[in-house]
Ligand binder design. Sequence first.
Ligand code: AHR
Length: 361
Amino acid sequence: MKKFLASKGILVLLLGLLLLLAACGSSEESSNEEPAADDTPEQTEEENETEETETETETEEEGNGEAGEKLVIGFSQVGAESEWRTANTKSIQDAITDAGHELKFSDAQQKQENQIKAIRSFITQKVDAIVFSPVVETGFETVLQEAKDADIPVFLADRSVDIEDDSLWTTFLGSDFVEEGRKAGNWLVEEMADEEGPVNIVELQGTVGSAPAIDRKEGFEEIIGSEDKFEIIKSQTGDFTRAKGKEVMEAFLKSDGENIDVLYAHNDDMAIGAIQAIEEYGLKPGEDITIIGVDAVRGAFEAMADGKMNVTIECNPLFGPQLVDLIEQHFAGEELEKRIAVEESMYTMDQAEELLPTREY
Ligand code: AHR
């Protein structure tokens, strides 16, 4: 019985020991759980960090933004030199913000160095996309390469660049400036069909080195060059502004006065400035001197309705919504055409009064 009691005592002892060990084990588990609960935020952060890195890596391959996401878009605009430009700036700014994207805007005041600085600043700020309307065609290789190295797609708007490596931008959306020049030339050839000639033309060019100045000249000369009676007797830049257009026209009138038959201005603002100069000189714009402009801005329609201007070739600035669609298509992984042209028309003096109230810019 004593033996039985002793072995029973040992059994109880063993059982107690086992229970104690089990209790220790479970308390170790729960002590493991405690710090795990404390670690939760760390783990989440770690998970988040990993997710962010993955997102960055994923999007780095296709650009920094993602399809359907709010994008940060840097927009480097030429300046505020003309009625056309004001309408174009508003169209692009509104389209970006109306689509829910964030806009970073920079006005280059028609200076290339300002645009280079602006693009560099967009790169530093890690924007998702850059919209860029280059003041001039050349000299942007380095900064566009920097944007490419930073995986930021560049969308050329309105004006293009003259750079061989077309991988430096995603797409160009804008007008066919050569075609605009051709339209101006064709209108003049028809208008002067019965004239024997010589037909003396003065030309107000846009900003030196800019795509519209180079191309509008080329297209116009291509057409009028087919007839000997047309001669460009003076050609100078008016930098796309009214003030410069007036100033240069005054100089043309001083040197060639009554000899001038036609003014071909690369934009309406310069034509409007020149009209003032012609009136101050004592001639009738639209009658004594045929006036051709480009853009089809309201000011040109008003001048045509007053009989002071003969024709304006349309250059449509209201492509903001189309541009934002293209940017979104790019971030959705779609392949874009390298050049996308905006559709345009031409308006003459006899249409002006009727169309003036409907003009949007
Ligand atoms: O690049 C477009 C041209 O620039 C417009 O014809 C002119 O008005 C503007 O300044």
